[in-house]
Design a protein around this ligand. Sequence first.
Ligand code: PRT
Ligand code: ZN
Length: 286
Amino acid sequence: MDTILRLAIQKSGRLSEDSIKLINECGIEFSNGGGKLKSTSTNFPVEFLFLRDDDIPGYVSDGVADIGIIGENVSVETQKKVNTVHRLGFSKCRLSIGVPKDFHYEGPQSLTGKKIATSYPNILNDFLHEHNIHATIHEISGSVEIAPGIGLADAICDIVSSGSTLISNGLKEVETVFRSEAILIANENLSAAKNKILHDLLFRIDAVKRAKNTKYILLNAPNESIDKIIALLPGVKSPTIMPLAKEGWSSLHSVVKENEFWQVIESLKAHGAEGILVIPIEKIIQ
Ligand code: PRT
Ligand code: ZN
């Protein structure tokens, strides 16, 4: 039987949509309708397992799944032995210490002797240890942010994204303990055949990721400005230039980095560029 790689993804939650989107952008098709537990791709040797996120590191470390997509916070907290093979750049968040608004916080030492509620006792324990703080960790599995309000704890250590949950519970964020994003983890003992499939998958993920940070740009410019415009455009190799029907003008095509592109666009206009089009790129193979 042909080798197949088992990929665990979150069944439903904050990671699910982006995980599925990434797989689809890699050109891998599968159906995940009907609350199924398993699904096999029709065009790539991968089988999907849909699980609760907390179970994914364990399944990958035990070899029930070969690879998995998981928040780094969960992977680190569960302390399972797995390899982190790729950082995926979505589901970014931070694990932070929150204290009541009126708590006079002067640094980690202010937590000495306090009771801190969290679902991340291991990561919090490492943080306290690193700062040589003695505090009591009170592990709870959900609704951590209400703990100070109901007198269960003096502070919390929880996931923060926009910060609005903290604010609406009368808390303030005083310390970032850990920064997280979605990661791809793998079993430490994959067979050569499975590693080959993983390698092919990573190749596709890289192509998609590279394309996301990059835009294709087309513009028209007077010939006398072309050299200056080329100097502004950090192209993949060198920009393509084609003459326009309009005498003395050319069309120029290149690739620009998303984060550099607004700054470049302003300079391009200053050099007489017109009809600037910026187009998303689906994949970049290098
Ligand atoms: O059911 P299952 O166990 O699979 O899912 P889950 O409920 O345990 O996890 P889920 O889907 O909520 O989160 C999955 C992963 O998404 C987390 O492990 C993080 O890596 C990542 N992530 C990104 C977040 C957030 N952003 C986030 N904002 N996880 C949780 N939150 C919660 C947080 O716990 C707090 O209650 O959102 C609230 C804070 O958000 P803000 O925007 O108000 O600050
Ligand atoms: Zn969970």
